[in-house]
Write a protein that binds this ligand. Structure first.
Ligand code: SF4
Ligand code: SF4
Length: 294
């Protein structure tokens, strides 16, 4: 089962939920946690994996051999992204537009194009003390595209977990993906292929606005979703009304309490700070499993 923890906006408690859910689940099953917030991954600060695997990721950029190129223009014709142009006796590549699709290389009649990895970031993985197979993507500063890193992270076969080294990706009983904030392409890529989405929000006008955006993505992708209300008790009841009108179950409520904020600020997970939530996370997993298999 693949669960994505997402929220339309940052700072709503997405990582708080993802890390505690993983800790509780790992007591009973093989769990893999992917931190897909590749611009600012922070789940490792709470789960403290011992990273022992690293892989550079990027896209394959075309490189033109000017000795072989006849400047026929075929590569520019096939590039859907206008990332290659032939101007007079020059064939120019625009790396910031290139998606690494390989069409230009495949269509070059002179075999004048080869490819070179353009590093966009790294994948890291390791085991946590609680047995979670943890992996994260870290995007290089200044990179414009997070999606290729998230895509690679999702399919990375990590054997960093010795206890689960025999498990292929599809054999993990539970995969939890901590999504990036927002509602743009990196969130769509994180959600793609998931069985269920937990949408974390807070009962405020901003929370509602951003929740609506991520609900729309889930509906377009056909992914069932439910809501966790964080900082319950602040704001108004507009989020609850929206959930009722749109048949979105409220799966859990976390009240606004100073002790939670202090614990999380000091690097503790929610279930470490408030063990009474263990039962709630266990029930949450059972509810989701029932909904996914129904
Ligand atoms: S298709 Fe090949 S030969 Fe033609 S312009 Fe492009 S790189 Fe040069
Ligand atoms: S790899 Fe694809 S996107 Fe990049 S220049 Fe070639 S055809 Fe265009």
């Amino acid at each position: 089962m693949r669960i994505v923890v997402a929220s339309g906006k940052g700072g709503t408690g997405k990582t708080t939920i993802a890390t505690s859910l993983a800790l509780v689940a790992a007591e009973q099953e093989a769990v893999r946690l992917l931190d897909c917030d590749v611009e600012a991954p922070n789940a490792a600060l709470f789960l403290h994996p011992e990273f022992n695997q690293r892989k550079e990721v990027g896209i394959l950029l075309p490189v033109v051999d000017e000795m072989l190129c006849t400047h026929c223009g075929r590569c520019a014709e096939v590039c859907q992204f206008h990332a290659i142009a032939v101007i007079g006796k020059k064939t120019l590549i625009f790396p910031e537009l290139c998606h690494g699709c390989g069409s230009c290389r495949l269509n070059c009649p002179e075999k004048a194009i080869h490819e070179q990895l353009d590093g966009m970031g790294v994948l890291e993985s390791g085991l946590t003390s609680s047995g979670i197979a943890f992996a994260q993507g870290v995007m290089n500063v200044g990179e414009p595209m997070a999606v290729p890193i998230i895509r690679e992270l999702k399919k990375w076969q990590s054997d960093a977990n010795p206890a689960a080294a025999h498990l292929q990706l599809e054999q993990f009983q539970l995969e939890i993906r901590d999504a990036p904030p927002g509602a743009s392409c990196p969130v769509v890529e994180t959600l793609r292929g998931a069985d269920f989405a937990i949408l974390v929000t807070e009962p405020t006008p901003f929370g509602l606005h951003d929740l609506k955006q991520v609900v729309k993505i889930c509906r377009e992708l056909g992914i069932p979703a439910g809501v966790i209300l964080n900082r319950d008790g602040i704001g108004d009841d507009a989020v609850e009304k929206y959930c009722a009108e749109n048949e979105l179950p409220i799966l859990m409520r976390i009240p606004m309490e100073r002790r939670f904020a202090e614990a999380i600020a000091s690097g503790k997970t929610l279930v470490e700070a408030a063990p009474e939530f263990r039962a709630s996370f266990r029930a949450l997993l059972e509810t989701i499993a029932t909904r996914v298999t129904a």
